[in-house]
Design a binder for this molecule. Structure first.
Ligand SMILES: [Zn+2]
Length: 342
């Protein structure tokens, strides 16, 4: 992009109440069949409209067509039995009943490509599309087939690469892999997690990104954050290897987080999507609060590589709050753009 400090979101936006129960993760759809398909498209259009009206430069589908950022992708794959459930510990944080991998995993057909084409047809702005990363996918499943986290991650990486290539062909400009699990399993990340991520992004001509965060503002996450101490140094474990990886951009959280901002220096040379909007509070940031985070980040990221962004997805927030936060992000970025131009 030619514009300095182009804004983007981490991905998800709240869904309209006529499509799904608001402010709820894994919220069931309120429509069925053809009405659901049409409802998802309408919601996607509204999500796009809200982003454009707020002045967001790199737009997304707001994840309006998926119930959950990981589960919905996996639902479309063969080899995973959603009726056969086991309780596992997700991201070492909370127990959840999850589906079972019962055989070889594969992608019988594209998952999000029609949605991406639909979004592409609605806008000329650059599009960013989020997919779950391989490590985060394996962390939400019980594996009764491969019996190896690494093996399953490599299988998912190959599947994600098929999907990513199709999304690129549909006109997506940035493909982002969501890897909150990178903030937890440091040894695995460095042993094979980043390599599997590179496999997922292999051969893509469009830009590639990885989003690593401290999660939505749900209780399991806020409780976990209380155990992390005064300084959150998790990024320190994974940034050095990411810096030398083939991934172009890293999306991270900075607003109200306890992440020492100088850790961004470890990514020097990469494009950085700096989270300047806290998704764990309904209080809307002032443009000046956004600007201050960006100014701090500019000490460690070259201006032409800084992308003002949200800390994480905004799916669980009320819609008016999310809209307010989008506007604040945009206005805060504009303050800093003017300062840089002066
Ligand atoms: Zn996130």
């Amino acid at each position: 992009m030619n514009k300095l400090l182009p804004t983007a979101t981490a991905g998800s936006l709240p869904k309209p109440s006529w499509l799904a129960e608001p402010e709820t993760l894994w919220s069931p759809w309120k429509l069925q069949g053809a009405a659901l398909t049409e409802g998802k498209e309408d919601a996607l259009r509204v999500a796009l409209h809200d982003q454009v009206r707020a002045g967001i430069d790199i737009v997304s589908d707001g994840e309006q067509t998926r119930q959950h950022f990981v589960t919905t992708f996996i639902e479309h794959l063969d080899g995973v039995d959603f009726d056969k459930r086991e309780t596992v510990r997700i991201r070492d944080r909370y127990d959840a009943s999850v589906p079972t991998v019962t055989g070889p995993v594969s992608r019988p057909r594209p998952v999000f490509v029609e949605d991406a084409k639909f979004l592409r047809a609605q806008t000329d702005r650059p599009i960013k599309w989020a997919l779950p990363g391989p490590m985060t996918m394996i962390d939400t499943l019980y594996d009764a087939h491969y019996k190896s986290r690494e093996k399953l991650a490599w299988e998912f990486a190959a599947i994600l690469n098929q999907e990513a290539r199709d999304l690129e062909a549909a006109g997506v400009n940035i493909i982002q892999f969501d890897e909150p699990a990178f903030n937890v399993f440091f040894d695995e990340v460095n042993d094979w997690g980043i390599a599997a991520l590179e496999r997922a992004a292999e051969g893509l001509a469009c830009e590639t990104a990885v989003h690593i965060c401290y999660g939505y503002g749900i209780k399991a996450n806020t409780d976990w954050k209380k155990t992390l101490g005064a300084e959150w140094r998790q990024y320190e474990q994974v940034f050095p290897k990411l810096q030398t990886s083939s991934i172009d951009m890293v999306s991270l959280e900075c607003q109200h987080s306890h992440v020492p901002i100088d850790l961004i220096e470890l990514l020097r040379g990469k494009k950085v999507m700096v989270g300047a909007i806290d998704v764990a509070t309904q209080i809307i940031e002032s443009p000046e609060e956004v600007a201050e985070v960006l100014r701090q980040a500019l000490r460690f990221v070259d201006a032409d590589k800084l992308y003002p962004c949200t800390n994480c997805g905004m799916a669980p927030l009320p819609r008016h709050v999310a809209r307010g936060k989008l506007a604040a992000l945009s206005a805060g970025a504009e303050i800093v753009r003017r300062e840089l131009a002066a």
